[in-house]
Design a binder for this molecule. Structure first.
Ligand code: SF4
Length: 330
């Protein structure tokens, strides 16, 4: 099996190369220097291999291909570079503390894929790149607050850390007696399933804490037989597997697709957790799904699926003490 770091190093970083690989005319790619490319293209090959050839509207390609309209001013209200007000809750390098009992640690500042709709696409990672000392100080912060029962490892993507560094971090958190759960939020195994290594599994299966991994899968085409195999192994070692998706126009705003996603996740031992309404991040207006359509989609999947396969439809509102359920009236 190829090493995930080699696969990552071999990722597409150039739109023309990606489109040529997919048999799509390369003039559909933005030219080097286009302002949208300040958030550059980054796509691992296993993810590209799941795209339908010759289809510019492929739902996986739509999530990662930079387009010119990302630079247009939004004509909808509420769009900004920090729609979740994370600057206020990023209280020290590497720590975002916004909810009671839970703290988010920015364990790594990079990702394996650059999702165009990302709510942190304008986030200042430079101020959150942790030195060894700063990581220790972030852990001291968690240690000093006995109300923290859950540590969420996020990023960027926390699985960008090498297994040894991640194991060290998990062990250090596990030693903090008031922490009961470690939750890892990651998209990396979705775009490179080889990232679910035996070493990672070992690190997560030897802790006092209960552990959960929240994957980020938006479309059933993102999941393969290799995902099924690796996820089943991870689950067999006691890790709870959940999924969160973002509702994205032209990607998964369809009852059949959302229902199929939930069904497929369940066959791999993953429970659908959240379906997020997209955050109003500047440059992402083309993914917007309005409340009326979101409600109709949600009612549609509720009719198709048993309750335990219906994710909660939520939006994040700055200052709220939890994610706000989207009101579904019928
Ligand atoms: S993997 Fe997550 S954090 Fe990284 S670009 Fe995609 S949505 Fe953003």
């Amino acid at each position: 099996m190829q090493d995930w770091r080699q696969i990552l190093a071999d990722s597409f970083r150039n739109g023309e190369r990606l489109l040529s690989y997919l048999d799509i005319p390369v003039d559909k790619a933005l030219k080097a220097g286009h302002p949208a490319l300040t958030f550059p293209l980054l796509v691992p090959r296993p993810f590209a291999d799941q795209m339908v050839r010759s289809d510019l509207n492929d739902p996986l390609l739509r999530q990662v291909l930079p387009i010119a309209s990302e630079t247009y001013a939004s004509d909808l209200p509420g769009y900004s570079i920090d729609p979740l007000g994370e600057r206020q809750t990023n209280i020290r390098p590497g720590i975002i503390h916004k909810y009671q009992g839970r703290v988010l640690m920015l364990a790594a500042t990079g990702c394996a894929v650059n999702c165009r709709y990302c709510f942190r696409r304008h986030f200042d990672y430079a101020d959150n790149r942790l030195s060894r000392e700063e990581r220790k100080s972030a852990l001291d912060y968690i240690r000093a607050d006995a109300s923290i029962s859950e540590v969420i490892l996020s990023g960027g993507d926390p699985l960008m850390l090498q297994d040894t560094a991640l194991a060290e971090l998990i062990e250090a958190i596990d030693e903090i007696s008031h922490v009961r759960r470690i939750r890892i939020h990651t998209r990396l195994p979705v775009v490179i399933p080889q990232r679910l290594t035996p070493e990672l599994q070992t690190a997560l299966s030897h802790t006092r804490t209960d552990n959960a991994m929240v994957l980020h899968v938006n479309h059933p085409n993102e999941l393969t037989a290799l995902h099924a195999e690796r996820l089943r192994e991870l689950r067999s070692s006691g890790v709870t597997l959940l999924n969160q998706s973002v509702l994205l126009k032209g990607v998964n705003d369809d009852i059949v697709i959302l229902a199929e996603l939930s069904e497929k996740l369940f066959t791999m031992g993953v429970l659908p957790y959240y379906l997020h309404l997209p955050d109003k991040v500047e440059g992402t207006q083309h993914y917007f799904v309005d409340d009326k359509d979101a409600t109709a989609l949600y009612l549609g999947i509720r009719e198709q699926l048993p309750g335990y396969l219906v994710p909660q439809l939520v939006r994040e509102v700055p200052g709220d003490p939890y994610k706000r359920p989207h009101p579904v009236l019928a």
